[in-house]
Design a protein around this ligand. Structure first.
Ligand code: UTP
Length: 299
């Protein structure tokens, strides 16, 4: 298949969010606010900015708030208009003007691979992007556009990796890679989901951005539950990495920018602080307070 420009993006947001309990007992983790917007809004904005025009969100039980957030609320708009509160109006329009979002439900959260498979009918036979709904890439750092260039060159699937401390690799999918002569991207030889630190092939962790060849659907249909009894996207990509023929092959971009996993409590707090110190209204006050607060720490 010739590489085609990707227009479709799938945003899985149906996971249980157990790492963030009890906050996520009745509320989707993707709705947790990062500074003043829910995490999912950053992800949808990133997809729109990257040029994806057809967005499909995978949701599930207790996830109604995700759909509501991107709907218009005429009574709220009317009341803000009547008060002449343009700033707040602009803030709510930011979410509702992002474009059309389609939704599909994952009735039973059987893993990320299963969530991606729920998008099969909508995506059809074309390459597509996957952006995890709880994974934030700082908008000041480029990732999807770099991945798209690699996908155009290689025609297969492209994943994003990030170096982590060796003792952290057991929380991620991990990649065994080799250098591609004269290129900045790498070839993926193998992938393993959440390996023990002493068995990990590298300290390169898979992060939540993928450009996938549609052949992944066929593989996912035959992927048995793996780690955690979930259907793992990593396992399907491992098959594609080792396969031959059309749609095979996985390459990777090693991302060196800022990324936050908002499903993880510590990373979530870091996201809030990192983004808030640069926020036009909050930054100055927060920095002043932070300096005083940190100065009071004893090692
Ligand atoms: P996570 O690996 O963070 O899993 O999912 P999780 O189940 O949501 O959270 P924890 O580990 O219990 O805290 C990564 C992304 O994939 C989605 C999640 O919503 C998140 O955006 N996902 C995961 C699904 O859509 N369906 C699933 O079955 C699993």
């Amino acid at each position: 298949m010739n590489p085609r420009v990707i227009t479709k993006a799938v945003i899985p947001a149906a996971g249980l969010g157990t790492r963030f309990l009890p906050a996520t007992k009745a509320m989707p983790k993707e709705m947790l606010p990062v500074v003043d917007k829910p995490a999912i809004q950053y992800v949808v904005s990133e997809a729109v900015k990257a040029g994806f025009t057809d967005l499909l969100m995978v949701t599930g039980r207790s996830k109604r708030a995700l759909e509501d957030h991107f709907d218009r609320v005429p009574s709220l708009e009317y009341s803000l208009e009547a008060k002449g509160d343009k700033k707040k109006l602009d803030a709510i329009h930011e979410a509702t003007h992002l474009g059309d979002i389609h939704y599909v439900r994952q009735g039973d959260p059987k893993g990320l691979g299963h969530a991606v498979l729920c998008a099969k009918q909508h995506v059809g036979d074309e390459p597509f992007a996957v952006l995890l709904g709880d994974d934030l890439i700082d908008e000041r750092d480029e990732l999807l556009s770099v991945m798209a260039e690699v996908q155009q060159k290689t025609g297969g699937s492209v994943i994003a990796l990030m170096e982590v401390e060796p003792e952290q690799i057991s929380a991620y999918g991990c990649a065994d890679v080799s250098v591609v002569e004269g290129e900045e991207f790498v070839k993926v030889n193998g992938l393993v989901e959440k390996p023990a630190a002493d068995e990990a092939p590298s300290n390169l962790a898979i992060i939540g951005r993928y450009l996938l060849h549609p052949r992944v659907f066929e593989v996912l249909e035959h992927t048995a539950p793996g780690r955690g009894n979930e259907i793992q996207l990593t396992d399907a990509l491992q098959v594609l990495a080792a396969a031959d023929g059309e749609g095979s092959g996985v390459h990777a971009v090693v991302f060196r920018g800022r990324r936050y996993d908002t499903g993880d409590k510590l990373s979530y707090l870091q996201a809030n602080i990192t983004l808030a110190v640069d926020h036009e209204d909050l930054g100055k006050g927060l920095k002043t307070w932070l300096k005083e607060f940190v100065a009071g720490f004893e090692d």
